[in-house]
Design a protein. Structure first.
Length: 294
């Protein structure tokens, strides 16, 4: 007993998680909450006077401002549908670990590393009026008009959003697809389920949460389009997106209050669409969020 009593007690390992909570909360407040609160308060202080809602009234009554919400939606929604829709079959085909999966993944990382501006510059060279693609269409007599317009219009911006957004959606979708245990499909096959039934009844329900998240992130990324709309679109015409309206208010009119209002409206529209997609996911499937291996 004396020996046990004299034995010093072992010190419990110090839990360092408590030390990480305060810096993490500080970063969240500094990077997200404070800028949002500052912009929200600033939007209720119109530069030209008036009531607190003067900027919002101006936005929803000005024909050069409120249509930008729908112009941006016309770009972001198709880009999101195309990116997520294409990423699903490609990721499903490459779900097994193979050299092709590594090759495709490596190639698709290139547009991500280049960035939107370099992608737009390359598109101007290849898809512009004198680029190789329009010239190839004319040489093959697939386009009879004098000029093929794939830049400085709606299609140029949409193609840019697909080129820059598809790798992001594909990598997310591939991570979800490869996380599903393949023995589930094999078990269904032993019961007579064909490939389509396996996909519809096993893979798709398990992929629904992941695809919804990929669609939400892709939409947010596409809705905040700015460089592509300026370099490849018509900023004063059919591709005058809401981010361009905010930039003009801030840096041309120097009306930072109105610019904050436009940014708040932009964030609200994104929130409504994301909430709608999450609600649709709940109605589509309710159950385990994954069918991971092991």
């Amino acid at each position: 007993m004396s020996t046990l009593a004299s034995t010093p007690a072992k010190k419990m390992p110090h839990d360092t998680r408590g030390w990480l909570v305060a810096p993490a909360l500080g970063c969240i407040v500094a990077l997200f909450l404070y800028p949002f609160a500052y912009g929200l308060v600033l939007s209720f202080k119109p530069m030209n006077g008036g009531g607190m809602l003067a900027n919002y009234v101006q936005f929803f009554t000005d024909l050069s401002l409120w249509p930008t919400v729908f112009v941006t939606l016309k770009l972001a929604v198709p880009a999101t549908v195309i990116n997520v829709g294409l990423s699903l079959p490609v990721a499903f085909a490459l779900r097994r670990n193979s050299p092709y999966q590594k090759l495709v993944t490596t190639l698709l990382v290139i547009p991500v590393t280049l960035g939107t501006v370099l992608i737009a510059d390359g598109m101007l060279s290849y898809f512009g009026p004198n680029g190789w693609f329009p010239q190839a269409l004319h040489a093959l007599h697939l386009y009879t008009n004098e000029e093929v317009r794939l830049t400085h219009n709606y299609w140029g911006v949409l193609i840019s959003l697909i080129v820059s957004g598809f790798p992001f959606a594909f990598l997310l979708t591939l991570s979800y697809v490869t996380g599903i245990d393949p023995t589930l499909a094999r078990a269904a096959a032993t019961l007579g389920a064909g490939p389509w039934q396996q996909f519809r009844q096993i893979y798709l329900p398990l992929l629904a949460p992941g695809l919804t998240m990929a669609a939400c992130l892709s939409f947010v990324q596409a809705y905040s389009v700015f460089p592509s709309a300026v370099l490849l679109g018509a900023p004063a015409g059919p591709t005058r997106v809401i981010s361009i309206a905010a930039a003009e208010a801030a840096f041309e009119s120097y009306d930072y209050s109105l610019a904050s209002t436009i940014a708040i409206v932009m964030g609200f529209v994104q929130l409504v669409v994301v909430a709608a997609m999450l609600g649709l996911k709940r109605s589509f499937y309710a159950g385990p969020v994954s069918g991971g291996k092991g």
